[in-house]
Design a binder for this molecule. Structure first.
Ligand code: GAP
Length: 435
């Protein structure tokens, strides 16, 4: 089995990710996160938020609505230009993105000897429409946001007016986005509904400043993924050519991961210039300019954006962590990202004194750490199950525990065990997680 297939299967088996509405035959490009998957996804988002908002004094958070006045999407250029080039195979009428050479090639191969002819590429808008209102025929056509950026852009002035934040500063946001993708695929990589985590970083309009902050955010984001455990050699930057840049971008660079299907993007850094702020001023007729509190200079700021997919980040964290050893499969996730930090077991499930002591430890630890409980099967099977979901430490209560109040802690990556007093456990995990 190929690596991606193995990961898809592990994700389903262990409760990371299920196909969307599976009992009805599914819905292409939609995925549901299970009990373990939602923990991993939340940990990625929480670590990102901590790094971007909690630990910085130049970035504040925002949570804008998905639904917006449709004029906002005209202003941002999405109604006109948020498109992919679509071509149709004249033999089987399947539709593809003309700019995805590998997918076109694979499809041509699937027709064997038959020569495939394609329709001329036409622009296909990715915005997903929805309808608001209770009277048929009088409903308002709105869009499910195609990127989360617009809610930040329209609130730029609200944030400036309601905080003391000064330029340069950023606004961070996470949330769902929707795209009518022509060819969803590669598991969650290209979905119709997905989450993004973005910072719009506003700066003074100046070429040198723009380049400086663009380079700064490129390196900052690359470093974060390495800090969160991704292998450096699997990551690289890829600058966009002029003709492939999104309609709003003056400069754009992707951070790519070497996926099982080749190098592919999981986040982008975009120099949006004054595109959004200028257009929202033109379309709304409002003055959204920033006024420097000291010099009183007024200007429309430039925006350097970092935009990451939560689902793609999670997929690449999973792929990067997936390790097959002779006798086990291990997800070597960074402990801060691991769904559970600790699992607690009684050595034997049929010895009430062991179970009671283990339960007491479990009840205590779960106040501080996401803690799993397992008393099924033998200890080897429990280790195996925890390794597969990436739990960094397993605590076992055995007969010695009843005598001297010590337990064993088994490390996921080395499989080595050490004995510790029960009352040192919390400090032990705190120390490990603060590295
Ligand atoms: N605000 C800028 C923006 O949305 P983008 O390059 O179109 O830029 C940013 O998207 C990130 O969102 C991508 O790098 C990717 O991680 C994620 N993303 C985009 N489309 C996606 C899709 N169909 N499925 C999953 N993730 C997607």
């Amino acid at each position: 089995m190929e690596t991606l297939e193995k990961i898809v299967s592990l994700c389903k088996r262990r409760g990371f990710i299920y196909p969307g509405s599976e009992i009805y035959g599914g819905l292409a490009g939609t995925w549901d996160y299970g009990p373990v998957g939602v923990l991993l996804k939340n940990n990625i988002k929480n670590q990102w938020w901590k790094e971007m908002v909690q630990l910085r004094n130049d970035i504040v958070g925002l949570d804008a609505d998905i639904l917006m006045n449709p004029r906002a999407w005209e202003a941002s250029g999405h109604v006109e230009a948020f498109t992919d080039p679509l071509v149709e195979c004249k033999i089987c009428h399947q539709r593809f993105r003309a700019d995805k050479a590998e997918e076109i090639e694979a499809h041509e191969k699937s027709h064997g000897q038959d020569k495939v002819e394609w329709t001329e590429p036409k622009k296909f808008n990715l915005l997903v429409k929805a309808y608001l209102g209770v009277v048929e025929g009088e409903q308002l056509e709105v869009y499910l946001r195609g990127e989360i950026t617009n809610g930040v852009q329209v609130n730029f002035k609200n944030v400036v007016d309601s905080t003391r934040i000064k330029m340069p500063f950023g606004i961070a946001q996470m949330g769902k986005a929707f795209r009518n993708e022509i060819t969803p695929g590669n598991f969650t990589f290209r979905s119709k509904e997905f989450e993004q985590m973005e910072v719009q970083y506003f700066i003074k309009p100046d070429e040198t400043e723009g380049k400086k902050w663009f380079e700064y955010w490129k390196q900052n984001r690359m470093d974060w993924y390495v800090k969160m455990g991704m292998r450096k050699e699997k990551l690289r930057f890829r600058d966009h050519e002029d003709q492939e840049r999104a309609h709003y971008a003056r400069m754009a660079t992707d951070i790519q991961y070497e996926a099982p299907w080749g190098w592919d993007e999981f986040m982008g850094i975009h120099h949006r210039g004054d595109w959004d702020q200028r257009r929202h001023q033109e379309f709304s007729g409002q003055n959204l300019k920033y006024q420097d509190p000291e010099t009183h200079e007024e200007y429309t700021p430039w925006d350097i954006e970092t935009s990451a997919g939560v689902d793609r980040s999670m997929l690449f964290f999973l792929i990067d962590a997936y390790t097959e050893e002779e006798k086990r499969t291990v997800l070597k996730l960074h402990p801060l990202l691991a769904p559970y930090k600790v699992a607690v077991f009684p050595l034997l499930a049929n010895k009430p004194e062991l179970v009671a002591q283990a339960k007491a430890i479990y009840d205590d630890l779960k106040n501080n750490f996401m803690t799993a409980w397992d008393a099924r099967g033998n200890i080897g099977k429990r280790y195996y199950a925890q390794d597969e979901i990436g739990t960094p430490w397993c605590v076992t209560v055995d007969f010695q525990t009843l005598e001297d109040k010590t337990i064993t802690v088994r490390d996921r990556d080395t499989a080595k065990q050490e004995r510790l007093p029960i009352d040192k456990l919390k400090d032990y995990f705190d120390n490990k997680l603060s590295l």
